[in-house]
Design a binder for this molecule. Sequence first.
Ligand code: ZN
Length: 79
Amino acid sequence: MAENDENSDKDAARVLKFPASRTNPPGSGGFTHLGTGAMARYLGMRDRQMTGHWCSRCRGIWFGYAFEVECPCCGNRHG
Ligand SMILES: [Zn+2]
């Protein structure tokens, strides 16, 4: 999968970028943290290596490998 890095433009386009950390103060009205993608868990990725992905079904964000598309919470693969 790593060989695909040069061709990641279309994948990167659907990935949400977050400028700050994944942590959110309680009661701030921010997004719901849905968990970590299976691929990122398998790879043992650190938080800073992971990318935030929006799940429209859960209305929250999950974190994982940039090329992952499946929400670890509900299995939605359409963002
Ligand atoms: Zn979901």
